[in-house]
Ligand binder design. Structure first.
Ligand SMILES: O=C(O)CCC(=O)C(=O)O
Length: 265
C-alpha cells in the first residue's frame, strides 16, 4: 500500500481559496502513486489562527468538502482531507476531519475529541467530538485522530479495540514541541502495534512556527519516513499485513489487564 502525506505550508501570504485550489492540485498529482493521501489539520486557516475560525468556518458539505471530494475522485485515491473548522448549524464549531473514498463519497467525518489550548484558543472556541471513528479501506482499517489527540493513549487504544490497524493523525503541531511529536508518534505505533501516519503543516501562521516533520512509523516503532521542515510530499510504501504479524509474534496486546482496582487508603 502506498500513502502520500502532503505537508502543506500554511502561512498568511496565501488566501484560503488559493490554498484550497493548490492543495486540490497536489492531491490530483498523487494519482497512480498513492492509494491513500493524507492532509494536515485545519490547513485552510491554520491550527493556531483562532481569529479565523469563526469567519472561515464551513458547513460539513461546504467548499472544502466539495473541492476535496472532487480531488479524491479525480485522483482515484482514498483521501483523508485533514480537518476543517466545521460550523454545525445547531451547535458550536468543531474541528472536523473528512475522509473521502476514491469515488469522492464521504467515508467518514471525525470531530476532534481533545481540543487544544487549555483555557483559550480551540479549547474554548470549538466543541468536543465524542465518537471514535474508523474507516475500512480495502487494505487496512484506518483509525483517525487529530493533533493534540496524539497525547491521549486511551483514545488510540479505543480505536484499536474497534479494529484499527493504521492510525492517521493530521496535525498543526508547533515547532516548539517537535520532539514530543516524533516521540508520541512512535509511542502510539509501538504500544498499539499499528502503523502511524502523522501529517503536520509547514510554515508559520498566527506567529507559531510549525514543526513539519510528518512521520510514518511501522508497528515495530521503526520510522519508515520522515519529512523535513518545509512543504513536502512524503510518499511511503508499507505492508498493512505487518500489523497482524507483529501482533501475532509479539502478542503484548493480549496481556492487557483491564479494570485495575484503585488503591485503598
Ligand atoms: O499537543 C501539542 O503540543 C500540540 C497540539 C496542537 O497544536 C493542536 O492540537 O492543535
Amino acid at each position: 500500500m502506498r500513502a502520500s502525506l502532503l505537508q502543506i505550508d500554511v502561512n498568511e501570504g496565501e488566501t484560503v481559496e488559493s490554498r484550497r485550489a493548490r492543495v486540490a492540485s497536489l492531491v490530483r498529482d498523487q494519482a497512480g502513486s498513492a492509494d491513500l493521501v493524507v492532509l494536515p489539520e485545519l490547513w485552510t486557516t491554520g491550527a493556531f489562527a483562532y481569529e479565523e475560525f469563526g469567519s472561515e468556518a464551513e458547513p460539513l458539505e461546504g467548499p472544502t468538502y466539495e473541492v476535496m471530494a472532487k480531488a479524491a475522485s479525480d485522483a482515484g485515491v482514498w483521501l483523508h482531507a485533514g480537518s476543517i473548522p466545521e460550523r454545525d448549524p445547531e451547535g458550536p464549531l468543531y474541528n472536523t476531519s473528512l475522509v473521502f473514498s476514491p469515488s469522492g463519497d464521504l467515508a467518514a467525518a471525525y470531530r476532534k475529541i481533545h481540543r487544544f489550548g487549555f483555557d483559550k484558543g480551540e479549547a474554548v472556541l470549538m466543541g468536543a467530538g465524542e465518537e471514535l471513528v474508523t474507516v475500512r479501506l480495502p487494505q487496512t482499517t484506518v483509525g483517525v485522530a487529530t493533533c493534540y489527540d496524539l497525547r491521549f493513549p486511551e483514545l488510540f487504544r479505543g480505536l484499536v479495540d474497534v479494529g484499527a490497524e493504521t492510525l492517521v493523525v493530521p496535525a498543526g503541531w508547533p515547532e516548539r514541541r517537535r520532539a514530543h511529536w516524533t516521540l508520541l508518534a512512535q509511542a502510539r505505533a509501538v504500544e498499539n502495534q499499528a502503523f502511524v501516519l502523522a501529517c503536520g503543516t509547514a510554515g508559520t501562521h498566527a506567529g507559531v512556527p510549525q514543526a513539519g516533520h510528518s512521520i510514518v512509523v511501522d508497528p515495530w516503532g521503526e520510522v519508515l519516513a520522515q519529512a523535513g521542515a518545509g512543504e513536502q510530499v512524503l510518499t511511503v510504501e508499507f505492508d498493512p499485513g505487518k500489523v497482524a504479524v507483529t501482533r501475532d509474534q509479539f502478542p503484548a496486546l493480549k496481556d492487557r489487564v483491564l479494570g485495575l482496582a484503585t488503591p485503598r487508603r
